[in-house]
Design a protein around this ligand. Structure first.
Ligand code: MN
Length: 193
């Protein structure tokens, strides 16, 4: 069984004027597709692993019975696949406010505004390519942090809730080097909180 690219549950231009359709199309149909293809290539020699959910592969990355180059490829491309899956889901215009999550954020980070500010600061400071995640940790508490490349919170045994792509391919066509503007526009399409 091969992994496949998920379809977006909305049109490429559905997030305009905040995020543009052209970037969305390239990002999904080329960048995300490439992670899917390279993950499948990395799993080619391991039919038993092809059947496992990507989350499980990333949780157990260190103990997978694979060659080291394949472990690296599974880490990079498996992460690339599921990080983007969550990224698209988070931005679905059909999402509605999650009052449970909002109340937990208020409790954990003082207020929603404080949380957004701190999460944004973290994303702005990320050096190079990576992601900023809101996660549920092993104590079932909320926290947020940056990870480099396509690393996944699942490899830390955390469950990601919000995923913000900070690779330049996510914003360069519209925002060039203005990462802060990209992040401000990204918040506008996050309806969950
Ligand atoms: Mn991306």
């Amino acid at each position: 069984m091969k992994h496949t690219l998920i379809e977006l549950p909305y049109a490429y231009n559905a997030l305009e004027p905040y995020l543009d359709g052209y970037t969305m199309e390239i990002h999904h149909s080329r960048h995300h597709q490439t992670y899917v293809d390279k993950l499948n290539a990395a799993l080619e020699k391991y039919p038993d692993l092809q059947e496992k959910p990507i989350e499980e592969l990333l949780k157990n990355l260190a103990t997978l019975q694979v060659e080291e180059t394949d472990r690296t490829a599974i880490r990079n491309h498996g992460g690339g696949v599921i990080n983007h899956n969550l990224f698209w889901q988070n931005m679905n215009p059909a999402n509605i406010a999650d009052s449970q999550l909002i109340s937990e954020i208020n409790h954990t980070f003082k207020s929603l505004e404080e949380f957004k500010k701190a999460f944004t600061d973290s994303a702005v400071k990320l050096f190079g390519s990576g992601w900023t995640f809101l996660v549920r940790n092993e104590q079932n508490q909320l926290e947020f942090y940056n990870l480099s490349n396509q690393d996944s919170p699942y490899s830390k045994n955390h469950t990601p809730i919000l995923a913000l792509d900070i690779w330049e391919h996510a914003y360069y066509l519209k925002f060039q080097n203005k990462r802060v503007d990209y992040i401000e526009n990204w918040w506008k399409v996050i309806k969950m909180i």
